[in-house]
Write a new protein. Sequence first.
Length: 296
Amino acid sequence: MTTAATASTAATSSRGAAPASGASAELQGFREVQRLAYACAEAVAAQLKPGVTEREAARMQRRWLRERGVTDWFHLPFAWFGDRTAFANFRIPLQFFPTDRALEPGMPFILDMAPVYNGFTADIGYSGCLGLSPLHDRLLADLEAHRELILREVRERRPLREIYEDVERLMVRQGYANRHRAYPFGVIAHKVDRVRQRRWSPTLFGFGTQSLKGLASDALHGHREGWSPLWSPYRFSDHPPRPGLWAVEPHLGFRGTGAKFEEILVVTDSRDPEESAFWLDDDLPHVRRWQEEKAA
């Protein structure tokens, strides 16, 4: 069963109806690896202190996940500190890789990892700050509106390119710069899928070769059928949301501070608006943060 089919047939079970056997189990597999990745992010964030470098933080993520059985990756863990959270002066892909930038008090940080576990893929982004920062708190709070906008417009079946532009307009109204523009192809999201489980899988430029093969296959099929597995501001994303699982990462920047979340959005072919698209999991650190702020 493909991930697109899984997403479609699992829509009702995810909403509390009778389970759709293998389909609901498939989504549970993705949910579990996403939670594992966020647990890693929280564990590593709790260990960060002044003097820790990006390279050390990336190694901490790899070690934590490998100790829990992860042997493959969509991409290896990243860590960005200080103005690198806003991708300041990023010009080439090599600048995304961890550096010897050391964490200092008051610095923002982003941990980004994409483990594959039992054949299921996650890709998450976790934003934090070493100490108090009202500016960083504001960025994190303002990300909630982007999560709501993306879900609403995907359910309306707006073209991905138009949704991208609406996200960017919201950022401008909030007073921020769109920093996911700095990613390769300017993507705000990409499709994720199952990959063949192996004890060990090589990487190429930081990306798992098995996952790259799957993304390339999606790109080839999509090109023939008029869609793309990359959600970008360009013409190749000028199509309605494709059923499947999408790792979505709106990324805000204000001068030298950046913040984002990244999590899986499930898109189905259901005609029911609530079942046509939904976030895979609402029990995530950034969502809990927003809920706690509202309850305070």
